[in-house]
Ligand binder design. Structure first.
Ligand SMILES: O=P(O)(O)OC[C@H]1O[C@H](OP(=O)(O)OP(=O)(O)O)[C@H](O)[C@@H]1O
Ligand SMILES: NC(=O)CC[C@H](N)C(=O)O
Ligand SMILES: [Mg+2]
Length: 495
């Protein structure tokens, strides 16, 4: 789940891009990059690491220009090394840089096609580099010395025909402006906003509205599925639907885990969705255990804090922040290897004993994926003297791989894959385990201003909205990206 940002401003945009990326850091911790354009020169800084480590004062000084784009990366294709940090760049036509959130599902076919038909070389195993080259090729084909909005939209229409999967993107075209676009299913989020300054209106696109809020931009709206929005350097905005069959099916896991609660996505407040998740979860607890003996509800920080509050309220029991989080450790789930994830959970969370001793505690987390977090937390709760440790997940059991920008490539790394709830309960060491019903999760996310008929719930139900993901694809993905395979790749590249 990467984070992307793009700004067409009236003065240097480097600091705004930096701040925007910091606000999206929760979406990707592996690498960060910014590209700005000053007259006809691109300035770039990208590397592995967190935003605060990648950009030094000397880089920021160099990143001159009134328009630019940025990216924070959480890898789902290729390695996590510096060569795959984004934005990517191609020099022809015009000079284009691109930042991508999502994952293409037909990348192998497209790579062959790009080489055989378009005579283009892809130098990394990043799907984002492929996407950039498809866009560049389609724009090049039109052979316009000065591209107009309609040319960009024509290229975009061709891109949607060639690639499949999830892609929320922002591209910078040297000398012209930025283009924001979203795949025909709108799987990954993308919003745009504007702000007035003395020098005129500035425009910003970002993965999440929180970045607009904090930088003083007003949210205009979401980029629609299949739509492209082109902002020229003078601030002229063009938009067009470029897909033949757009249909909004956003990824529901954004509401469960990825997004910040203060973001609004496709009209849905993530905070509200999580509050509703907690209510539904409590109702399920009450229906299964009307005479429950829970003394206290303790959320697992950070992501379960919101749902935990409504679980406790609905159950009529105390809510206590009994787990303290070390704010200097990043998100563990999006770390690249299991060893690092395991170690980080203990470094990150610690129990306040007096909230546990002698009590029947209900631990609430947003989800259980590999089981890394809950296993250790349950043990911590026991070590802190809890009498009974119950566990509630605000999402249903995660049983299937994700192919749209979340690095869950292997079913057998998921603790609930092929296991019943009772078996998972035993595996994680809880006294009782309850999962949210998928129907209730969907209802929790559907309450926004615009009615969303369908979500991508593939990690819960195995239905992939792009319709092209079959067993063969999933087997290849597993072989390429399971933890052991990634470790092997990393060892080789370290030689
Ligand atoms: O079952 P697992 O594989 O452990 O994955 C699920 C856990 O990982 C995430 O937390 P994370 O630490 O990444 O981020 P957070 O601080 O936002 O909760 C998520 O919130 C769960 O706690
Ligand atoms: N999580 C994402 O959005 C990843 C983007 C892209 N597939 C990459 O691996 O860099
Ligand atoms: Mg968590």
């Amino acid at each position: 789940m990467c984070g992307i940002v793009g700004i067409v401003g009236k003065s240097d945009v480097n600091l705004q891009l930096y701040d925007g990326l910091t606000l999206l850091q929760h979406r990707g911790q592996d690498a960060a990059g910014i590209v700005t354009c000053d007259d006809d020169r691109l300035n770039q800084q990208k590397a592995t690491g967190l935003v605060r480590d990648v950009f030094r004062a000397r880089h920021m000084e160099r990143l001159k220009g009134n328009f630019g784009i940025g990216h924070v990366r959480y890898p789902t294709a290729g390695s996590s090394g510096p060569a795959l940090a984004q934005p990517f760049y191609v020099n022809s036509p015009y000079g284009i840089a691109m930042a991508h959130n999502g994952n293409l599902t037909n990348v192998h076919e497209v790579v062959d096609e790009i080489f055989q038909q378009d005579l283009r070389h892809i130098n990394t195993d990043s799907d984002s580099e492929v996407l950039l080259n498809v866009f560049a090729h389609e724009l090049h084909k039109l052979h316009k010395l000065q591209p107009k909005a309609e040319d960009i939209f024509t290229a975009m229409r061709a891109v949607h025909k060639r690639v499949r999967g999830a892609y929320a993107c922002v591209a910078l075209i040297v000398g012209y402006g930025i283009v924001a676009f979203r795949d025909p299913n709108g799987i990954r989020p993308l919003v745009y906003g504007k702000r007035e300054t003395e020098k005129g209106t500035e425009y910003m696109v970002a993965s999440e509205s929180v970045a607009l809020d904090v930088l003083g931009y007003t949210l205009v709206r979401d980029v629609a599925p299949g739509e492209a929005i082109y902002v020229e350097l003078d601030g002229t905005v063009h938009s067009e639907q470029c897909s033949e069959n757009p249909s909004l099916t956003p990824c529901i896991f954004e509401h469960v885990y990825f997004a910040r609660p203060d973001s609004i996505m496709d009209g849905v407040s993530v905070h509200k969705a999580r509050l509703r998740q907690g209510e539904h979860l409590a109702d399920k607890v009450l229906s299964m255990r009307p005479d429950h003996d829970i003394d206290v509800v303790i959320p697992i920080p950070d992501s379960a804090r919101t749902a935990g509050q409504t679980v406790a309220h609905r159950l009529g029991v105390k809510f206590r922040e009994g787990m303290v989080k070390n704010r200097y450790i990043g998100r563990t789930f999006i770390m690249p290897g299991q060893k690092q994830r395991k170690k980080s959970v203990r470094q990150k969370l610690n129990a306040i004993e007096l909230e546990f001793r002698g009590k029947n505690v209900l631990l609430v987390d947003d989800s259980i994926v590999r089981g890394t977090t809950c296993k250790q937390i349950i043990q911590m709760a026991r070590d802190a003297g809890a009498a009974k440790v119950y566990f509630a997940s605000a999402a249903p059991a995660v049983k299937y791989p994700n192919v749209y920008g979340i690095d869950m490539p292997s079913a057998n790394e998921l603790v609930a894959h092929g296991r019943t709830t009772e078996e998972v309960c035993k595996e994680i060491g809880a006294d009782w385990l309850v999962y949210q019903e998928l129907e209730d999760l969907v209802v929790s996310s559907s309450g926004g201003k615009q009615k969303i008929d369908r979500f991508d719930c593939s990690v819960f139900d195995g239905n992939y909205v792009t319709g092209d993901v079959d067993d063969e694809y999933l087997n290849d993905l597993h072989a390429e990206r399971n933890d052991a395979a990634k470790r092997k790749k990393a060892d080789v590249s370290a030689l």
